[in-house]
Structure formats: structure tokens, C-alpha cells
Ligand binder design. Structure first.
Ligand code: NZQ
Ligand code: ZN
Length: 388
């Protein structure tokens, strides 16, 4: 087993009617002037916004920032940074899905940053976020695990950029996770959420055989449970399905699964480029790239594909048959959720994107990816081309 360090300081408040604990949680943080950040308005339609305002009451000063879009935009987030600086807020609440939570991570780092925060996203030498304004989250969409981790992804449409950031100062102080929010999610977001959580687990599991027997079983448990509760897309008000879905998504990316094992993440890195160029939803990009990447890396990943096929899908046969069927069953699961797995299902103008993505990866120095650092830019090009 590989050595590892693990720390996750986020306080999770999970279950029904937990919003009433918000004042107590804010007091624990010594918050006084709070910015509530949210997305395009779903929290107003679902009644969550009213619930938050009621829970907060008159005990805290509040400013609002709405309009954080899916794949949060740098330009929008900088408006929130200006507001927060002007109002001198000392705590931020992110009420939303991964985009709002990621947006708030960026905002909380940028508020106190002296230079141009985009330099941090570009990882320019010497440019790093220091202290962050503390924040908590009220999760409305199980998918990204952003409510329990310290990473974030920020987009800048005009230059087709989608960049990752993170650091220990970006763990939420608390996250209120009420599975009741799942009931109002549209089918597209439910399917996206399941696939994102599923692929997060695969990125940390479908690599090489390891000696970390427990971690492998934990990953298999998340994959199997996600399949078991996937009918939540047709029955989102079912609390048993919704609560297990929410728990799976959090456990998939709270940092535990990567302890003592190699990780891949190439599907995500390539997928982010498809969102940056075509605006395809994050999880849809994963459904497109993941099966083609596994086919491309078939020999390197074969042993783990066999284990996955046997344990998660109960497959039998020769190793080659099981490994190939495991990829097929994964793609069929995405289809079953109503998510298509080809770039051409989402856009007509994809010719040449393989070359562009390859060149971008070379420019950024992302030349050795995957668990064995053996996915090179020409492999990325082949994987993208195979995804057309
Ligand atoms: O904006 P509003 O009006 O709130 O509507 C949202 C949005 O349109 C809607 N929604 C959210 N909760 C709802 C709801 N509609 C009805 N009822 C509810 N309860 O859903 C739409 C999508 O929301 P979004 O936050 O964009 O989705 P998701 O949670 O999938 O987040 C995607 C973003 O997270 C990043 C992705 O790249 C993408 O930018 N990721 C973040 C990660 C992390 N921080 O660890 C890891 C992931 O791999 C991912 O990269
Ligand atoms: Zn993801």
C-alpha cells in the first residue's frame, strides 16, 4: 500500500430539515456579515432561498449575489469579489450545485488576493491564493463532491479556458446536505450527477491493481450503490434513493478514495476541454471520453477492468471478454441514464478538435497523464478522435 496523508476538516450536516441548524453553524464560525451566493434562480423556485433567509433571521447582516452560471464564469465571479470587498463580508454561503460552490471557493480566495486572480488559475509562477474568506455550503445537487473537498473549476469562455484550483484553505467550514433537494432536480441534472460521481470513483479505482484492498472495495461499493439507486432519475422524491445518491457523490470525492492508490484523472482533463470549447455539460463530457479512454488504454488497465467487471457487474469469461464487456456495460449504464456518449451527439462543429486539444495539452505541459504517466498528447488526440 502506498503511503498517504489525509485530512478533511469539513463538517457535514446530513439529512432532513438540517437548514434550521444554519444560525448555529454561522455562530460557530463567528460570522457577522454574510454573502449568500447562488445560481440562476433554482433556489428561489424551490423555496430554499426563503428557507435560508428565514433561518438566518435578523442575527446576521446579509448581502446577496445571484447569477453564478453552470461552469462558473470568471467574469461573473469577479463581480461577486467586488461586491464582497465593497461590503467587507466575513463569511460566504454557497447555496447551489458544484458551480456555485466552486465559484465561491474562487471568490473567497480572490477577495484577499492582491494581483490578478486569473494568474492563479493559469498557475503563473509565484501566483497563489493565500488566506481565503471562510465559507459554508448548502448543497442542492449531488454530483461533484465540491461540498466536501478543496478543489474548484472556473471557466473563461472568451478564451475557451476551464481551469482547476485548490488548496487546504478551500475546504468548506460546513456543508448542509439535505437529500430532499434531489426532488426538484431535472432528469438531466440527476443523470449528470450520477455519472460525475461514478466517474470520480473510476478515476481513483480503474487504474492498476493495488495492495489497498479496503480502498478498492470502498470504490466498488460506491459504483455498485450508484447503479443500485440510479432509478432516482425517475423517482427523485424517493428519500432512500436520494440520500444514498447524495452520500455516494460526497464519498466519491471527499479525498478518501485516493489514499494510498494511484489515480488517473485523464478523462476529466480531456472532458474539461470539451466543456471549454462546446459548452457540453461536465458529466456528459465524462460519458463521452471515459469509454473511449478505457478502450485506448485497454492493455494497461486490463487487470483492473477485469476486477471491475467481475465485482461490479458479475461478469464471467476470459479476461479479455470480461474487460471488454466491463467497458460496454459502463457505456450502457450512461445510455440507460439517457446520456449520449459521442461528441457528434452534442455538436456538429467538432472536426479538428482532437488536434486543438492535443496542442493545448502540449502548450500547458500536460504531456504525461494517467496513472502510469503514459497518456501522451498523441494518445489524447486519438482518444478524442475515437469519441467523435
Ligand atoms: O443555477 P441554478 O438556477 O441553481 O440551476 C442549476 C443549474 O442550472 C440546477 N440546479 C441545481 N440544484 C438544483 C437545480 N435545479 C433544480 N433543483 C435543484 N435542487 O442545475 C444546473 C447545474 O448546476 P451545476 O452546479 O452547474 O452542476 P454540477 O453540480 O454538476 O456542477 C458542475 C461544475 O462543477 C465542476 C464542473 O466542472 C462544473 O463546472 N466540478 C467540480 C468539482 C469539484 N469542485 O470537486 C469536480 C468535478 O469533477 C467537476 O469538474
Ligand atoms: Zn467530475
Amino acid at each position: 500500500m502506498e503511503n498517504f496523508e489525509f485530512r478533511n476538516p469539513t463538517k457535514i450536516v446530513f439529512g432532513k430539515d438540517q437548514l434550521e441548524k444554519l444560525p448555529e453553524l454561522l455562530q460557530e464560525q463567528n460570522a457577522s456579515k454574510i454573502m449568500i451566493a447562488f445560481g440562476g434562480g433554482s433556489i428561489k423556485r424551490t423555496g430554499l432561498y426563503d428557507g435560508i433567509i428565514k433561518a438566518i433571521g435578523d442575527s446576521f447582516e446579509v448581502v446577496e449575489f445571484g447569477g453564478i452560471e453552470p461552469n462558473p464564469e470568471y467574469r461573473t465571479l469577479m463581480k461577486a469579489v467586488e461586491l464582497a470587498r465593497r461590503e467587507d463580508v466575513d463569511f460566504v454561503i454557497a447555496a447551489g450545485g458544484g458551480s456555485v460552490i466552486d465559484g465561491v471557493k474562487f471568490i473567497s480566495g480572490a477577495i484577499k488576493y492582491q494581483g490578478d486572480p486569473w494568474d492563479v488559475m493559469e498557475k503563473k509562477e509565484g501566483c497563489e491564493f493565500g488566506e481565503a474568506v471562510p465559507f459554508g455550503t448548502i448543497l442542492t445537487l449531488p454530483a461533484t463532491g465540491s461540498e466536501v473537498n478543496s478543489g474548484a473549476v472556473v471557466s473563461r469562455k472568451e478564451i475557451h479556458a476551464k481551469r482547476v484550483m485548490g488548496g487546504p484553505q478551500f475546504f468548506p467550514k460546513f456543508s448542509i446536505c439535505d437529500p430532499g433537494v434531489v426532488a426538484t432536480l431535472p432528469k438531466r441534472q440527476l443523470a449528470n450527477g450520477i455519472i460525475d460521481a461514478y466517474v470520480h470513483t473510476l478515476e481513483q479505482y480503474l487504474t492498476l491493481p493495488t495492495d489497498n484492498l479496503l480502498q478498492e472495495r470502498e470504490a466498488e461499493a460506491i459504483l455498485s450503490t450508484l447503479i443500485e439507486v440510479s432509478d432516482v432519475v425517475n423517482d427523485p422524491a424517493n428519500y432512500k434513493l436520494a440520500s444514498n445518491f447524495m452520500l455516494c457523490a460526497s464519498h466519491a470525492l471527499n479525498g478518501n478514495l485516493r489514499c494510498g492508490v494511484p489515480t488517473d484523472w485523464a478523462t476529466h482533463m480531456i472532458g474539461h476541454e470539451l466543456t471549454a470549447h462546446f459548452g457540453i455539460d461536465h458529466a456528459q463530457t465524462l460519458a463521452i471520453i471515459c469509454p473511449r479512454l478505457y478502450e485506448h488504454e485497454f492493455d494497461k488497465k486490463k487487470a483492473k477492468l477485469v476486477q471491475y467487471g467481475q465485482r461490479v457487474f458479475g461478469l464471467t469469461g476470459s479476461d479479455d471478454e470480461i474487460a471488454a464487456s466491463a467497458i460496454k456495460r459502463t457505456e450502457e449504464f450512461f445510455h440507460h441514464l439517457g446520456v449520449k456518449t459521442r461528441i457528434s451527439d452534442y455538436t456538429e462543429s467538432y472536426e479538428g478538435i482532437d488536434q486543438k486539444i492535443m496542442e493545448t495539452f502540449i502548450e500547458r505541459g500536460w504531456t504525461e497523464m494517467g496513472e502510469t504517466k503514459s497518456i501522451f498528447p498523441e494518445d489524447v488526440q486519438e482518444i478524442v478522435q475515437a469519441s467523435y
